[in-house]
Design a binder for this molecule. Structure first.
Ligand code: SAM
Length: 263
């Protein structure tokens, strides 16, 4: 399967490359660099200026298709995915969907599966909203915020058919390894949110991170390596080739696919 990145078909040039001119009331601020004084996060601060077309699409579609990640709250109920999608279907959560190239292509390829894209980067989510608008598909919803909060506070145990983590930021410097998204605690959380047989599918072009993910995933007692092509899985593990991946391949980096299923 091949696809091009920049899936949003709205013109991509921001109105103002330095600032997001009019944050909506339901918007979250651009995230500051938290290193040093707030909990370590796996994402960087990035400006999120939208083009006029992206802003128009955001204002029209976000209230229906998007929501912000919720902080932990006593007595909070998990997200009612059935009500949000308007149907009962297997649900896949994609962590760090970027501009949504894989999200869109995989949701189009599997119309019977509902996909939740989680991303902190507003322009990436806006690109995906534009692509959803153009493609007229109804099986993607978006959450803006930290995927750890989403998994922890919004997703019920044993409720997901799949979790996808494609090209998570590798944080190559040793002193930054603690920022990597796929750590023992997050993999345990993912395993807990998967249904028995549910799939964790990760892909990375960074050899060191690939080794780390393999070791941590194999050490998680709730997961077992999936036999791709030899056993039936509840979701597809065919990914499109994104622009990010093409650049990595051109730079000589091999891509490692890591796939487990919940015991
Ligand atoms: C290297 S990009 C890959 C994007 C996309 N998956 C792809 O394959 O093109 C990693 C993305 O993960 C997002 N990200 C990192 N940590 C995250 C987190 N904890 N929650 C949500 N998104 C996160 C970043 O904002 C970034 O867009």
């Amino acid at each position: 399967m091949h696809a091009h990145t920049g899936v949003g078909l709205c013109p991509d040039a921001p109105v103002d490359s330095d600032a997001d001119p009019s944050p909506e009331p339901h918007d979250m601020p651009d995230l500051p660099d938290m290193e040093g004084y707030l909990p370590t996060t796996s994402f960087r601060s990035r400006r999120s200026a939208l083009s006029n077309a992206q802003r128009e699409t955001w204002e029209r579609l976000w209230p229906e298709l998007g929501m912000l990640a919720l902080p932990r709250a006593p007595h909070a109920q998990p997200l009612d995915t059935r009500a949000w999608f308007g149907r009962e279907a297997p649900v896949v959560l994609e962590v760090g969907s970027g501009s949504g190239t894989s999200t869109l292509a995989m949701a189009q390829a599997e119309p019977g599966i509902d996909v939740i894209a989680v991303e902190v980067y507003k322009r990436g989510l806006a690109q995906l909203l534009c692509a959803i608008d153009t493609a007229k598909i109804n099986n993607i919803r978006l959450i803006r915020g930290n995927a750890v909060d989403v998994l922890d506070n919004m997703i019920a145990p044993a409720s997901l058919s799949g979790v996808r983590v494609f090209f998570p930021d590798p944080w190559p410097k040793a002193r930054h390894h603690k920022r990597r998204f796929l750590q023992p605690a997050t993999i345990a959380l993912i395993a807990d949110r998967l249904l028995p047989g549910g799939v964790l599918h990760a892909a990375t072009d960074h050899p060191g991170y690939a080794e780390h993910i393999a070791a941590v995933g194999d050490a998680e007692p709730g997961l077992v390596r999936a036999g791709v092509g030899t056993e039936s899985l509840p979701i597809s593990v065919r990914r499109p080739t994104t622009k990010y991946e093409t650049k990595a391949q051109e730079a000589g980096s091999a891509v490692t696919e890591l796939i487990w299923r919940r015991r």
